[in-house]
Write a protein that binds this ligand. Sequence first.
Ligand SMILES: Nc1ncnc2c1ncn2[C@@H]1O[C@H](COP(=O)(O)OP(=O)(O)OP(=O)(O)O)[C@@H](O)[C@H]1O
Ligand SMILES: [Mg+2]
Length: 634
Amino acid sequence: MFTQYTRPLKFIFDSFKGHKKIFYIFILGKILEGIFYVVLPIFAKMEMDQMVEKNEQLFGFIYLDSFRIFLVILCIIFGIRLLQKILQSFIEFVEKFYLALHQNAYAALLYQRLRYIEFGAFLNAKNMKFINEILGKSDFVGEHMRMFIGDMITHIFTIIGILGVISLINPWIFVVLMASACILYCIDLLRQKIAQKYQFEEDYVYAHKVFIVSQEISKNMIHLISSGGFGKVIDIYKKFNKELQTNIQNRQKSETFLSVFSFSVENITEILVKLFIGYSIFFAGASVGTMTMMLLYISRIDQILSFVRTFRFFRDRFSDDLKKLDLFLDLTDGQKRLSGEKIKSLKNFDTISLENVEFSYPKFAKYELRYLKIIEERIKSYSRIGSAEKNELHAIEEARKDLQEISPKILQGVDLIFEKGKSYGIVGKNGAGKTTITSLLQGFFYRFQGKILFDKTSVGNLDRSFFEKNISVVSQTPYIIQGFSIRENLLLGVEKTPNDQKIWELLEKFHLDKKIKKHRQGLDANIGYDNDFSGGEKQLLTLIRVILQDKPLLIMDEGTNQLDAENELMVMNELLKQQKDKIIIFITHRMTTIKKADVIYCLQDGKIEASGRHDDLLKTENVYHTFWDTQVVS
Ligand SMILES: Nc1ncnc2c1ncn2[C@@H]1O[C@H](COP(=O)(O)OP(=O)(O)OP(=O)(O)O)[C@@H](O)[C@H]1O
Ligand SMILES: [Mg+2]
């Protein structure tokens, strides 16, 4: 039924990793629940039969006292239902526990996936909203799965059990049972049909008209007044509004009627049907116990049938969830999966090389179009398409026109090499693609032409943890978590926790020690609550963090842009001290910062235009030369 959703289903089942026991307990619980619904009425029957026997011994003429039998049956049914309720709530409690665990696991997995596209490499305001929506909705998958699959398991076991028991006693009873269940089923279908018929489509039409007219009034008020048309429009508005109100009133009346009607019909028929079963079984020579059992069974079958009735709804909702999840997976790691490359882990590396790399940002529109298509298909599949749905379809059509954009090539054949022990600079105009190169180095994108290699391993083959372990990035907006302590912020992503002395040494060097010592809690003061830092100070904190992280590749993408000249020089010297076993890449528009780099790459028109040391670059015409002239010489 859901065979096309192997990916999302696998994803859901993966989220149970480490929680397998809970999953099995859940399935087992559902099976036991099913068996329970079959077995309990059997106990009731045995109990009843025994009672009737005793009564016969006591009074000798039990068959004549039908009223008393009736009362006893009612009491037993009531008692058993009570017991069922208690057991059910216990099962629900276990289920909730399971669900909470499952949802945690699920959320953790989603979060992990999201990290593939974190740090704004892929997300801009527009697609962020889109992803949030998918992420939010896909969260329900777990719950829908519990309801849908869980109920299905229980019902299947119940119905098999009931069939088995009944065929042992008397197949004829089964026929009566199923016939009456079908009658109830048909009555409910009929009730639904009537309910649908009474829904007023005109509501939407009128509401829409009232909206348009009121907009017209507010937009063109002056025109309307000066042309003398104001009164007329107001009249139209009043007329529409009045019609809308009467329409709503009528609907409310008929809805009340309908709900009273359907309630009576359903309940009266149910009572009649149950009486019918009772008597047919009774006259067929079944015992009072059997009758009780059958009555309990019919109420169960009734519930199963109501599940069957809503089955399509549940199934569709579940498959919609899976569709959304599928989309989400596509957005996050689909590209990697598509390439079919093997994931390797790499301990350390000496060189990073880019060979003839061409890249354009993924056409996000493609995913959005797919998403719109899903919504569109769903709307079109509604049994009743009113004006509200028509409006939605129209909006989708409009959105579709906006999305037919193409993404330009950002890099067009870039060749670069970074070697351990050296520092590098990348210069280029705004939008030249500098940040894009760093995103590629961090493995955010897998679909590009050319090669990006860490030693001999392609970025596409490296697992996520490799990038986390080996790359530190400082970007122009320092990443500080408000509400976390200074210590916690400094130690983010730091593997070997340094002693406090080492932290204080760095703070002193970066001129932050006095400010932090002022607060009684020192390093444990919370940023944003206990202690405030300026933009530059926050940047200094992130720089201390990357020094402590001590990872083999350090990317400074405008990472010192908020520092004053003195601090920047000090930071540069501090970073260059660590250079021996590292690759450091500086991206900045301040030429004096980049001057010291061992190799400077000039990026222009998607290509490396020139490269070399400061002195060499000043000998030819290139971006670096131009920048130097405008910034430093003049
Ligand atoms: N997530 C994205 N989706 C689509 N296009 C993007 C995305 N990020 C950047 N671009 C485009 O790629 C081009 C290069 O951007 P990039 O951020 O790499 O430039 P940059 O050299 O770092 O510029 P700056 O000096 O201003 O930081 C720009 O034209 C930008 O519009
Ligand atoms: Mg940039």
